[in-house]
Design a protein around this ligand. Structure first.
Ligand code: HEM
Ligand SMILES: *[C@@H]1O[C@H](CO)[C@@H](O)[C@H](O)[C@H]1NC(C)=O
Ligand SMILES: *[C@@H]1O[C@H](CO)[C@@H](O)[C@H](O)[C@H]1NC(C)=O
Length: 329
């Protein structure tokens, strides 16, 4: 064979091989800018709505960020989180793990804006993922290019949710194992928990560290503040009592979280363990020093999370309304 022929043969087999790999590595169907032909304005509309909502209610961005964890981590990014309870089925939103989640009605605001422009085209699961991406930017975090093309599930996963979402006091071994199951390693877990650099934690999730005795692992300077915010061992369920996750920069997604947890100011047991467990502590220290490193790992982990087991092609449906599957209309 001539060297030219050999050259083409090599190129041909390389491209066949990479085609083969791509087919097996990519989650089938997810691509960049999936709606470029069917609804070219889709991503701009979402961005615009996220910005408008953020202007009115800053905490919507916290919700978009928490949503991507609670939806994508439970088996699939399929917007099952957004479904309301029906007469027979409990919604994921109403389980204990979803305690404190808010702003779901503003997802409908975004969906309505898209339906006006391109009815029946853009899935609620893509809205959930892209609103998280744009919310992260509102909070001063990195811009993370994310793929689209997800379709919406038809059923609630409330019954299996606890097998996936760790509790506030879960051991680091369980936390690391559950994230490893979807391909997120220790630095990825450390970076994702950096989301607790914004938002709040209600006293019901904290009182076990305060009463009857204060957890000696908590920084005494911080205890004073927490006790002030959570004065009752059994918080009044009607009084919305909570502590801000990061007193220093509560509205910014930044690496202050890592300095806090190294300073024993982590609110949840999992936050505290992240800073003390030998498998995660080195990454906590590195992220406390470098915002760039935090953002790099955070972007990588959010990307993996956002591509967890999506419904694509002809699976699932495109919901008309994000809180209801179409058959329930
Ligand atoms: C081990 C894993 C995790 C546990 C056990 C956990 C648990 C919690 C708990 C108990 C709260 C307080 C809820 C309340 O009282 O209102 C909370 C808040 C929050 N979590 Fe997590 N979380 C975890 C991981 C994550 C991840 C991976 C993200 C996002 C990437 C995230 C984003 C948030 C946000 C943004 C808030 C504040 C929400 C608000 O203020 O509305 N969490 N989390
Ligand atoms: C974690 O906290 C819950 C209450 O929120 C409690 O029922 C459970 O026993 C605790 N688990 C561990 C391992 O301490
Ligand atoms: C779903 O959301 C719509 C629009 O926000 C609301 O009017 C409706 O009551 C919700 N449906 C249920 C079953 O809660």
């Amino acid at each position: 064979m001539s060297s030219r022929g050999l050259f083409f043969l090599v190129i041909f087999s390389l491209s066949a091989l990479s085609g083969f790999l791509a087919e097996n590595e990519e989650p089938a169907g997810l691509v960049m800018n999936y709606y470029k032909d069917t609804c070219p304005q889709a991503e701009d509309i979402i961005k615009e709505q996220v910005k408008l909502l953020y202007k009115r209610h800053k905490n919507t961005a916290f919700s978009w960020l928490r949503n991507i964890f609670h939806d994508c981590f439970v088996e699939s990014c399929d917007a099952s989180l957004l479904l309301d309870s029906t007469r027979r089925v409990l919604s994921e939103k109403e389980t204990d793990r979803s305690f404190g989640m808010r702003n779901f009605r503003y997802i409908e605001t975004i969906k309505e804006a898209l339906e006006r422009e391109c009815p029946g085209v853009v899935s609620c699961s893509d809205i959930l993922v892209l609103s998280a991406r744009d919310g992260i930017v509102s909070l001063g975090g990195p811009y993370i290019p994310l793929k689209t093309g997800r379709r919406d599930g038809r059923k609630s996963r409330a019954d299996i949710l606890e097998q996936y979402l760790p509790d506030h006091n879960e051991s680091m071994s369980v936390v690391l194992e559950r994230f490893a199951n979807i391909g997120i390693d220790a630095p990825g877990v450390v970076a994702l928990l950096g989301a607790h650099s914004v938002g709040r934690t209600h006293c019901v999730k904290l009182v076990h560290r305060l009463y009857p005795e204060v957890d000696p692992a908590l920084n005494p300077d911080h205890v004073e503040h927490i006790l002030h915010k959570c004065p009752d061992a059994i918080p009044d369920p009607k009084a919305v009592q909570y502590v801000r996750n990061d007193r220093g920069t509560p509205m910014k997604l930044d690496n202050n979280y890592y300095r806090n947890i190294l300073d024993n100011k982590g609110l949840l047991i999992v936050d505290h363990q992240l800073a003390t467990d030998k498998r995660t502590k080195p990454f906590v220290k590195k992220m406390a020093k470098s915002q760039d490193y935090f953002f790099k790992e955070f972007s990588r982990a959010i990307t993996i999370l956002s591509e967890n087991n999506p419904l694509t092609g002809t699976q699932g449906e495109i919901r008309k309304q994000c809180n209801l599957s179409n058959k329930n209309h």
